[in-house]
Design a protein around this ligand. Structure first.
Ligand code: NAD
Length: 252
């Protein structure tokens, strides 16, 4: 399969779950990868996994919530490849379903720092080299919490609404520069994002309500093909879109 042959992709949060599945799917399609994660062991294992598949990958450890580090990561990827064709803003953390009144400043700043500031910092650094190269593709991992109020806690919900806004702003602003920016909204996916332990009572109540209509959880590999499509030329007319991959959870 060679749908992304010759393409050079940077993926954040690539060491686990959806990011790792996207990395594997992109490698299967012939892309060269720069894999980034805050967890050094996960980066190392992800690069090894891609190489074991016969794919091309290098990696680096970056906290995307750190503005300077995010810029340095993009610069390193551009230097490594010569240019960047695809950016996947995937790194994200959950807020353990804390409601507004129980959300600490620390929780708010930490979750917003990764989920929206991080995507902003990385996109801001990646767009100029993409424009200089004649265009590029940005794929953001959103969530059904990008448009619903009860599938995450307060901070997660706000951060995911915000990254949907970022997706649309980039799509509209840079369409004439050859940049497409789209999002994927997974429903519930089996990953390492949360154990469900330590959630507050209101969060547990919210979860119980959601469970009543939740379809079978996805595997990360169920989400990755959407990211392949959005990065491919088949999606050349798709820009500013939010593709929901939730087995119908939000249609219920
Ligand atoms: P995951 O925890 O398995 O993977 C996330 C990865 O991001 C981890 O490897 C983690 O080390 C990394 N990461 C965390 N903070 C980081 C930081 N500051 N800088 C760089 N990397 C960091 O979780 P996942 O479920 O695969 O999450 C990936 C994305 O999918 C997130 O944006 C999440 O909000 C979104 N999402 C997940 C689900 C779900 O049900 N799992 C549903 C909808 C959306």
């Amino acid at each position: 399969m060679t749908e992304l042959a010759g393409k050079r992709a940077l993926i954040t949060g690539a060491g686990s779950g959806i990011g790792l599945a996207i990395a594997k799917a992109y490698a299967e399609e012939g892309a060269s990868l720069f894999l980034s994660d805050i967890n050094p062991k996960r980066v190392e294992d992800a690069v090894a996994a891609i190489e074991a598949m016969g794919g091309k990958a290098t990696g680096g450890v970056t906290d995307v919530a750190d503005s300077a580090a995010a810029k340095a990561m993009v610069d390193a990827a551009v230097t490594h490849f010569g240019a960047l064709d695809i950016l996947v803003n995937n790194a994200g953390i959950l807020d353990d379903l804390y409601p507004v009144a129980d959300t600490s400043d620390e929780m708010w700043n930490r979750v917003m720092g990764v989920n929206i500031n991080g995507a902003f910092y990385v996109s801001r650094a990646a767009i100029p080299p993409m424009i200089a190269a004649g265009g590029g593709i940005i794929v953001n991992t959103l969530s059904i919490s990008s448009f619903l109020g009860g599938r995450g806690g307060a901070t997660y919900t706000v951060s995911k609404h915000a990254i949907l806004g970022l997706t649309k702003a980039i799509a509209v602003t840079y369409a004439d520069d050859g940049i497409r920016c789209n999002g994927i909204s997974p429903g519930s996916v089996e990953t390492n994002i949360s154990t469900g332990e330590g959630w507050p009572p209101l969060g547990r109540k919210l979860r119980e309500k959601g469970l009543a209509t939740r379809p079978t959880r996805a595997k990360p590999e169920d989400i990755a093909p959407v990211a392949v499509f959005l990065a491919s030329d088949r999606a050349r007319y798709v820009n500013g879109a939010n593709i929901v991959a939730d087995a119908g959870w939000t249609a219920y």
